[in-house]
Design a protein around this ligand. Sequence first.
Ligand SMILES: N[C@@H](CCC(=O)N[C@@H](CS)C(=O)NCC(=O)O)C(=O)O
Length: 222
Amino acid sequence: MTDSDYALVIGDKNYSSWSLRPWLLMRQFSIPFQEINIDIYQPGARNRILEHSPSGLVPALKSGDLVIWDTLAVIEFLAERHPGLPIWPEEPDTRALARCVAAEMHSGFADLRSEMPMDFLHLKPVANISDAVARNIRRIVGIWRSCRSRAGAQPYLFGAFCAADAMYAPVASRLRTYGVDLSAHGDDGTAATYCETALSGPAIAEWAEGARRQIAERGRTY
Ligand SMILES: N[C@@H](CCC(=O)N[C@@H](CS)C(=O)NCC(=O)O)C(=O)O
């Protein structure tokens, strides 16, 4: 099995926040893969996903006969398959913290996720934010500030880009889309700067271009 035997099954680039995470990670670490894109808002989408992924959800990574159908499991699988790549930080304590914040994202922030769904390309500033979402945002700002305080010169959460950054990229996108003023949620500028970092670079630009192309081809937004 070679790396290029990977196929990543993903949903609409403008909307599928879980899909963005492993896609971005694989691009950032130059892990080759074939992309299988499913229009998850079309009738019959669930059956099309089920052809690839037993959970009926995207993303899923296919590697030969093996299917890994959960974002964090995909990241861990890739980290084990590519031990030479710094998918997690090398220093053990830092690695434990990176896993902590990634896991907190994976299992948490339900209010932010449901009230501010990812809409990668668009800006839809909101005047009022619910208390529940505000609590999520304050915690995210706290996480980002704490990670950045030990990160050194490089601009990502733990310095160089790692899996934790892939997990939070869709959060940065949501904060941009809904025009969230992070200074009202405990930010001293660190989180706002990190947001810009998280949404810059060639891999993110490629994702945005893909989202634009899909919207043009499918002739609709949601
Ligand atoms: N816990 C899963 C979440 C996956 C998920 O919720 N994916 C959404 C798209 S972002 C999905 O497949 N939705 C299609 C549906 O619900 O039918 C993971 O970590 O990968």
